[in-house]
Design a binder for this molecule. Structure first.
Ligand SMILES: *[C@@H]1O[C@H](CO)[C@@H](O)[C@H](O)[C@H]1NC(C)=O
Ligand SMILES: *[C@@H]1O[C@H](CO)[C@@H](O)[C@H](O)[C@H]1NC(C)=O
Ligand SMILES: *[C@@H]1O[C@H](CO)[C@@H](O)[C@H](O)[C@H]1NC(C)=O
Length: 490
């Protein structure tokens, strides 16, 4: 519990300047990884009532018509689906939405490549979320009794975070997202969580990692979709995340970019996607080996032991081993290690433009991080807070680096399960970059009294069969993963 206190202090101090206060929930599933989900403590700016995730209402209507009139095949084999994201509190977190239960209800969830459980909080648990005024409630809680498709599993669920936790029970539900459906997805119904776990209007978290790190030891939604024969074009997920950190007029919810499942969106990146395999035996988090770090043009001296890094959309910042973080700030003249609440963080002169770039695996590409992303907050006229912090790992088998949104906003990021689990990065297209700080309409809601469903890209259907090469590759991956779970559980 203790290590999170300083982080909460920092973010309160730094980000409350913007009219809201943030706290960092440091997440430690199985003690493996500390996670910075920065969450609003007090949403003083009232969340607009229209916040939600799904693509255009028009597209929704069209899709519903195709359900009604289209052929079964077309629906089963849509190939890929897209989910528009919301950027919450100036890049603190990015959420999408999904639909659960019968009748179907839509929920906003953090999309998190750094964990593998899916949970939704009950209305009761959400009543304690700051900013969720019960008289003007926006957040829908999940109520298993209101869903005829909920099947209890009579197993408890509990995930531990550095600053608290979320607990409840496991059950099975119908879950739909980005146009895909899993009929019997295991999910946790969270009835008890610490108050800073979520912020309005988010009701839960969807883990997009591999099953070996799932606290529930169940198959995550995305892999259940991938296991359906002929449904996905490719076992791929990709993110484009927008930047509002440098925009002082940012609202607490802004267009966040997009998540695509089953393919990539070639209008959002340019050039090739540079894929690097997850190092052997490390499939769990989306791990990459961090092979070089340049700061102000100088390469840091990395130890000979491999620097394993979790590529984590659900973490706001970048955390690394204390000795290397110290070295990094040594190459920024005038930087100072924080004390007290700032323990583990560093300040630097705001006039300094900090350029950092990272290389992963065997790639020849060094991916730059914008100085705007490195500048986490301005504490005074000349003191700025850096977005890289010391992350002292306690688990020798866990990653020593957490590469969060500070980095991911700078690339198109691709998470590929087959043929071999890999992470890829590509340069953002001008179209994608132009979405930074642009404002505009938030993803439109699909809260419907009845018949809520999800949008998907039409016209991407590609007839495939259960015997497709993709399916065969996934079966191999699946059996490997399931034996990993079995080993871990025994
Ligand atoms: C909820 O969590 C708190 C803090 O972890 C714990 O003290 C309490 O017993 C929990 N309540 C239930 C109903 O599980
Ligand atoms: C790709 O991204 C563009 C820009 O956001 C969007 O208009 C388009 O619908 C997306 N296409 C797919 C297939 O998701
Ligand atoms: C990098 O190359 C070495 C030697 O070819 C290989 O063993 C290793 O798996 C590669 N690493 C990645 C991440 O692709």
């Amino acid at each position: 519990m203790h290590p999170t206190c300083p982080l909460i202090g920092i973010l309160l101090l730094s980000l409350s300047l913007r009219g809201y206060a943030n706290a960092a929930a440091v997440h430690t599933p199985d003690g493996a990884i500390r996670k910075l989900h920065e969450l609003t403590l007090s949403a003083r700016v009232r969340a607009p009532r229209t916040i939600a995730q799904w693509g255009a209402w028009a597209s929704f209507q069209r899709h519903r018509l195709s359900i009604k009139y289209g052929s079964k095949d077309r629906l089963m084999k849509r190939g890929s689906g897209m989910n528009l994201l919301t950027n919450q509190n100036a890049d603190s977190s990015y959420f999408g939405s999904l639909v659960v239960g019968t009748p179907p209800v839509s929920y906003n969830v953090i999309l998190d490549t750094g964990s593998s459980d899916f949970w939704l909080a009950t209305t009761e648990a959400l009543n304690h979320v700051d900013g969720n005024d019960p008289d003007d409630r926006f957040l829908p809680g999940y109520n298993p009794e209101a869903s005829s498709s909920y099947v209890p599993l009579n197993r408890k669920f509990s995930i531990t975070y550095g600053s608290g936790g979320a607990a409840g029970v496991l059950g099975k539900e119908i879950v739909q997202m980005a146009g895909f459906t899993v009929q019997d997805q295991v999910m946790a119904v969270v009835s008890n969580m610490t108050e800073d776990m979520l912020s309005v209007p988010v009701s839960g978290l969807l883990g997009l990692g591999f099953p070996s790190i799932a606290t529930s030891r169940e198959i995550p939604f995305w892999l259940n979709v991938a296991a359906q024969p002929g449904v996905l074009d490719d076992a791929i997920m990709a993110f484009h995340l927008t930047r509002y950190l440098n925009d002082f007029d940012a609202r607490n919810a802004e267009p966040g970019g997009s998540f695509i499942f089953g393919g990539v969106n070639s209008s959002l990146f340019s050039g090739e996607i540079d894929f690097q395999d997850i190092p052997g035996g490390r499939v769990g988090y989306w791990i990459q080996t961090l092979t070089s770090i340049f700061c102000q043009g100088t390469p840091l001296q990395l130890p000979l032991v491999p620097q394993y890094a979790a590529i984590d959309t659900g973490t706001t910042l970048v955390g690394g081993p204390p000795t290397i973080i110290q070295q990094l700030y040594q190459s920024i003249p005038g930087s100072e290690r924080g004390i007290g609440d700032y323990d583990g963080y560093y300040t630097y002169p705001c006039a300094t433009t900090v350029s950092i770039s990272l290389t992963f695996g065997n790639s020849s590409i060094s991916w730059p991080i914008s100085p705007d992303d490195f500048k986490l907050a301005q504490l005074s006229s000349d003191t700025c807070l850096g977005a890289f912090f010391e992350f002292p790992t306690t688990n020798p088998n866990g990653p020593s680096w957490i590469i969060g949104d500070t980095f991911l906003k700078n690339v198109y990021s691709v998470f590929r399960a087959a043929p071999k689990p890999a992470v890829g990065f590509a340069q953002l297209s001008d179209l994608a970059k132009d979405m930074n700080g642009r404002g505009g309409a938030l993803p439109t809601p699909t809260y419907m009294d009845n018949g809520a469903t999800v949008t998907a890209q039409d016209g991407l259907a590609r007839p495939t069969s259960g015997g497709s090469p993709l399916y065969a590759q996934l079966l191999t991956l699946f059996s490997a993963l399931i034996s990993a779970i079995w080993l871990a559980a025994s």
